[in-house]
Design a protein around this ligand. Structure first.
Ligand code: SF4
Length: 314
C-alpha cells in the first residue's frame, strides 16, 4: 500500500519530492477527505450536475478573490442575463464591468468578457474541455484552466488555490502557511497526492479546497473538527509558528483600490457618460483620485469620451 512518507515519496525529474510528513496511506487519505466532503460539503449551485461548463467558469472567475457569500447573488444574476458565452460576447465589455458590481478586482470582468468572445469566435460557443485550450483563452491562467477542466469536465488535474495550498502546507509539509507564490515543490506534492482515477481526482480537488475553506482556515483552523487531525504534520509537530517572510495584508481603506471602486461605482450607475465633476466628489485627495482614474483608464475599465468625460468601455 502506498504511504505518504519521506521514504516512499515519489521522485520527480525536477528533483527529489519534498519531505511529506503526513504518514497516512494514500488511499486512506483520499477516503478520509472524500468521506468528509460528501458529508460536509456546501450545497453550491455551480457544483450541481446540471451546472454548465460556462456556469462553472463564471464561478471560478468570481471566486478567485471574492468569498462565496458575495459571489452567490452575482453569479445567479450573471447566468440569468448571460446563460452562454455568446450572450455575454454580444454585449460591450462595459456591461460586464457594470454587472460585476462590487465583487472587487473588476479586471476579472474584462477578462471574462474577452474569454467569452474567444469561446464564441474560436470554439463554436462551447467552453473547451481540454486544459491546454482553456489555458490559451485570454484571462485564463493555470488555476482557472485546471479548475474548469476538473470541475466542469471531471478530469484529473492539480488544482492549487490558496485553500488547497494551505491544507497541504499544514497537513503534509508541517508549516502553518505556504510560500507567497506557488513553488515547484508544492506542485510536486499536490501531484503525488492526486488520485489516479479522473473522477475521484476531480472530487478530491474540490474536497481539499472545501476543507481549506471551511475547516483549515487561514487564521483560526478548526482542528478539532478536521478529519486529518490525528495525521496532520503541523499538528503532530506542535503547531510551530510561521517563520517565513511577512504575509501580505488585505488593507483596503484609503488605498487606490478603494478610490477606484468609488469611481467605478459612479460610472456603473450612470448608464452613460459621466462628467469629471461627478467623479471629483467621491474622494477628497485630488492626486490620489487622478491616479486611480488614470489606472482605470490604463486597465481598460474606463473609457475617456472627450476631455473630462468618461464612460464604461463600449
Ligand atoms: S488538523 Fe488543523 S491544521 Fe491540520 S489540516 Fe486539519 S485543520 Fe488544518
Amino acid at each position: 500500500m502506498t504511504s505518504i512518507t519521506a521514504a516512499t515519496a515519489p521522485l520527480s525529474p525536477a528533483g527529489p519530492a519534498p519531505l511529506l510528513g503526513l504518514s497516512l496511506p494514500l488511499p486512506a487519505l483520499h477516503t478520509t477527505v472524500l468521506d468528509w466532503y460528501e458529508a460536509g460539503k456546501r450545497d453550491l449551485p455551480w457544483r450541481t450536475p446540471d451546472a454548465s461548463p460556462w456556469a462553472v467558469m463564471v464561478s471560478e472567475f468570481m471566486l478567485q478573490q471574492t468569498p462565496v457569500k458575495r459571489v452567490l447573488p452575482a453569479w445567479e444574476a450573471w447566468l440569468e442575463r448571460w446563460p452562454t458565452p455568446a450572450d455575454l460576447a454580444a454585449e460591450p465589455p462595459g456591461e460586464a464591468v457594470r454587472m460585476w458590481g462590487r465583487l472587487g478586482y473588476p479586471r476579472r470582468a474584462l477578462r471574462l468578457h474577452a474569454t467569452a468572445v474567444a469561446i464564441t469566435e474560436q470554439h463554436g460557443g462551447d467552453v473547451p474541455d481540454d486544459h491546454a485550450t482553456l489555458l490559451s483563452l485570454p484571462g485564463v491562467g493555470e488555476y482557472t484552466a485546471a479548475a474548469v477542466a476538473s470541475f466542469a469536465f471531471r478530469q484529473r488535474h492539480v488544482v492549487l488555490d490558496t485553500n488547497v495550498r494551505r491544507v497541504f502546507a499544514r497537513a503534509v509539509s508541517g508549516v502553518e502557511y505556504p510560500a507567497q507564490a506557488t513553488t515547484a515543490a508544492e506542485r510536486r506534492t499536490a501531484t503525488a497526492l492526486l488520485p489516479d482515477d479522473a473522477e475521484t481526482a476531480a472530487t478530491w480537488a474540490v474536497g481539499v479546497m472545501e476543507l481549506g475553506a471551511l475547516v483549515c482556515t487561514a487564521r483560526s483552523p478548526e482542528c478539532g473538527d478536521c478529519p486529518l487531525f490525528t495525521h496532520c504534520a503541523w499538528q503532530r509537530a506542535g503547531r510551530p509558528p510561521y517563520e517565513g517572510p511577512a504575509r501580505r495584508g488585505q488593507s483596503y481603506e484609503g488605498t487606490d483600490r478603494q478610490v477606484r471602486g468609488k469611481l467605478l461605482a459612479v460610472l456603473r450607475e450612470a448608464h452613460g457618460s459621466v462628467e469629471q465633476a461627478r467623479l471629483d466628489v467621491v474622494w477628497p485627495d485630488a492626486v490620489q483620485r487622478a491616479r486611480a482614474l488614470d489606472g482605470l483608464v490604463a486597465d481598460g475599465l474606463v473609457e475617456p469620451v472627450e476631455q473630462g468625460v468618461y464612460r464604461l468601455p463600449q
